[in-house]
Design a binder for this molecule. Structure first.
Ligand code: CP
Length: 336
């Protein structure tokens, strides 16, 4: 088994082999057990530093990385562009080179559409230590790991032909990145699941990402179906993951004032894309409801569903800690 990922960047799961990903899940499980038993793991990254650069807000990602590295014996610097010279225009290369001399890992969240992933890749190109994505405009690999770990715990490790529906849902909050559903497409399709993606026509995902997911599915024996009907997507699903994402690709120029107005108008057309008890009744009777959080309660999902018997959102959120610890331990520690 190829398990030597020390120093490897984690920006998209596509760059990691299936063996490497399976190693992450094995270690996540072990770290979860050790955490439950209050067994020390602080030798794994003793005195190592990760620099967390947040261009946006975060609850789960920030706290899972910071708590995680503390439990592994290291320390996190919680940084924002205004605390660094980034806000004065420092080049990604200079930031990458300097932080590489000071510590052991760089974690970045930059979700600006058309910018975030490019910035992460530029830092990674010049960094001499691993760069870990904390979400960009295209990928959210740490979320994908926690999602898959949770599904494996609930359904089992053989996920071939398990029916999973990833659906767009209405929300009143900010235009969210495409990165969560796109990562689910790329990662889940490596494990042979039958995936359905549902969204209004004005809210497409990146065609090149969906093409990669289709190729993954072909290889793993799974499938990818796209529909524009939320009810149809829920029918018989064993796992439902309804969540809002922005309509960046449904308008000509999402950054212009005209584009933003158009995106808002498109959004308002689809208030009925909510996950409620009627829709849950269309899914498998034992279906699981998941959401990466934060959820827009009352818009994306009703309280009855998110707080109801099918919901596993807090187990999913908890696994952010264990998977983040596994990624840090393997890339920043591990075998030389
Ligand atoms: N799911 C997730 O990434 O949550 P945060 O935005 O709170 O980090």
């Amino acid at each position: 088994m190829d398990t030597i990922v020390r120093g490897k960047h984690f920006i998209t799961t596509q760059d990691w082999s299936k063996d490497e990903l399976d190693t992450v899940f094995e270690l996540s499980k072990e770290l979860k057990l050790r955490f439950a038993m209050d067994e020390p793991t602080d030798h794994l990254l003793r005195a190592k530093t990760i620099f967390m650069m947040f261009f946006e807000q975060s609850t789960r990602t920030r706290n899972s990385i910071e708590a995680g590295i503390t439990q592994l014996g290291g320390h996190a610097h919680d940084l924002t562009p205004d605390k660094m010279q980034i806000s004065h225009g420092e080049a990604a290369k200079d930031t990458a080179k300097v932080l590489s001399r000071f510590g052991h890992g760089i974690a970045i969240r930059n979700c600006f559409f058309g910018i975030g992933n490019k910035y992460l890749n530029e830092v990674a190109e010049h960094a001499e230590i691993p760069v870990i994505s904390m979400q960009d405009d295209i990928y959210h690999p740490l979320q994908g790991l926690a999602d898959l770990m949770t599904i494996r715990e609930k359904i089992g490790e053989d996920l071939r032909n398990v029916k999973v529906t990833v659906s767009w849902a209405y929300a009143m909050t900010h235009a969210k990145p495409l990165s969560v559903p796109q990562t689910q497409a790329l990662l889940f399709s490596r494990y042979g699941m039958d995936l359905t993606f549902a969204y209004p026509r004005e809210f497409p995902l990146m065609p090149e990402i969906m093409e990669q997911a289709r190729k993954n599915a072909e290889k793993s024996g799974g499938s990818i179906t796209i529909t524009h009907d939320m009810d149809e997507a829920f029918a018989g699903a064993q796992v439902v993951i309804p969540k809002n994402w922005g309509g960046f690709l449904g308008v000509e120029n999402p950054d212009s004032e005209e584009g933003k107005r158009e995106m808002k108008a498109n959004l308002e057309k689809h208030k009925d894309w909510i996950c409620d008890e009627r829709r849950m009744s269309l899914a498998d009777k034992d279906s699981l409801y998941m959401h990466a959080l934060p959820a827009d309660r009352g818009n994306e999902v009703t309280d009855a569903v998110i707080d109801g018997p099918h919901s596993i959102i807090y187990d999913e959120a908890e696994n952010r800690l264990h998977t983040a610890k596994a990624i840090m331990a393997l890339t920043m520690g591990g075998r030389p």
